[in-house]
Ligand binder design. Structure first.
Ligand SMILES: C[S@@+](CC[C@H](N)C(=O)[O-])C[C@H]1O[C@@H](n2cnc3c(N)ncnc32)[C@H](O)[C@@H]1O
Length: 310
């Protein structure tokens, strides 16, 4: 059998299971995912896509992926289309993931930002692809460890994600003791309180929650926030994206950074396209030029004004 024939046979395979699922169905769904979120799924991920969406078909009482594809293409299926995208995102996260970034933020960046905030200046952070809140709360805890009065100053952490379920969890701010084991005991005692009726959990206290604003926003598409941000975290999110989309996102983020601002990425991100606009100052940490000589435009405006107006 020729390699082409073997490949054609493989492409006509169904993924075994409750519902018929063809390569054609997979391709249609993967195209929608890529166009709307930037996330790329190769054919090898067919079983994963099947596993994540079979539950949706069951809940909708559908008999095949073919009917599901047809349904999400209709106006009546718009809400299901959104649910499909949410089901296909990967939300794995944890407190103080990539601890060297938080150490860098605390020791190299926060001292100067704390001085600025105490002088009444606006200081903004952004956690892009924030999942259920562990990353933005880790940023907020790092801020509070240097600037305990941050909630009374003009300091905010914007936390955005495309998935409304994880955003809701972030807003609630309730985490198990196991999840909180990554937070040092002093910070945990000071900034978390009891979670009503959930004895195994603790809830982010009012000052910690006041620092973080959760918003639904797709990194692929227009961005409502104008910046500038002193610090942006975008880790373990764009790794799933198409390379072109990823490069565009890094460039847009660099343009939203204040001069001297910091962008924290994660492994495999290929942040090299940013090198000519600033420099790598630590592992996967990029700092924008302090002079206005890089041709990028960091306009003021803040995120809260646009979004509070809605
Ligand atoms: C693996 S989590 C990473 C969470 C956190 N940044 C961390 O490093 O622990 C990736 C998050 O990115 C979100 N995401 C994926 N595509 C997105 C997009 N196009 N716009 C906004 N968020 C997106 C997912 O919903 C998910 O919560």
């Amino acid at each position: 059998m020729s390699p082409d024939q073997a490949s054609a046979d493989r492409r006509s395979d169904f993924v075994g299971g409750e519902y018929p699922f063809t390569v054609h169905d997979f391709t249609r769904l993967a195209q929608i995912l890529r166009a709307e979120t930037g996330i790329v799924l190769e054919e090898g991920k067919m079983p994963l896509l099947y596993a994540r969406l079979a539950k949706r078909l069951r809940e909708l009482g559908m008999d095949s992926f073919k009917s599901y594809c047809a349904f999400i293409a209709t106006a009546a299926g718009a809400d299901e289309r959104r649910r499909m995208l949410e089901a296909l995102t990967t939300n794995v996260t944890r407190f103080f993931r990539g601890p060297h970034h938080f150490e860098h933020l605390r020791t190299q960046v926060m001292p100067q930002l704390a001085t600025q905030a105490r002088r009444g200046r606006r200081v903004r952070f952004w956690s892009a692809g924030c999942s259920s809140g562990e990353e933005p709360y880790s940023i907020a805890l790092t801020i509070l460890s240097v600037l305990p009065e941050a909630a009374q100053l003009d300091v905010k952490v914007l936390a955005t994600d495309i998935d409304s379920d994880v955003l809701q969890r972030g807003k609630e701010g309730v985490y198990s003791e196991t999840a909180l084991a990554q937070v040092n005991s002093e910070l945990r005692r000071r900034w978390f309180g009891p979670a009503e009726s959930q004895s195994e959990c603790r809830r982010a206290g009012p000052e910690l929650r006041a620092l973080v604003a959760f918003r639904n926003s797709n990194l692929v598409g227009p961005w409502p926030m104008k910046g500038p941000f002193e610090v942006i975290f975008c880790r373990n999110t764009v790794i799933y994206f198409d390379e072109d989309v990823r490069t565009q996102i890094w460039s847009k983020m660099a343009a939203l950074l204040s001069h001297g601002g910091h962008l924290y990425g994660a492994n495999y991100h290929g942040m090299l396209p940013l090198q000519h606009r600033g420099q790598q100052v630590a592992f996967n940490v990029y700092s924008r030029e302090t002079q206005k000589s890089d041709g990028l435009d960091a306009r003021g405006g803040g995120f809260e004004r646009q979004w509070e107006a809605k």
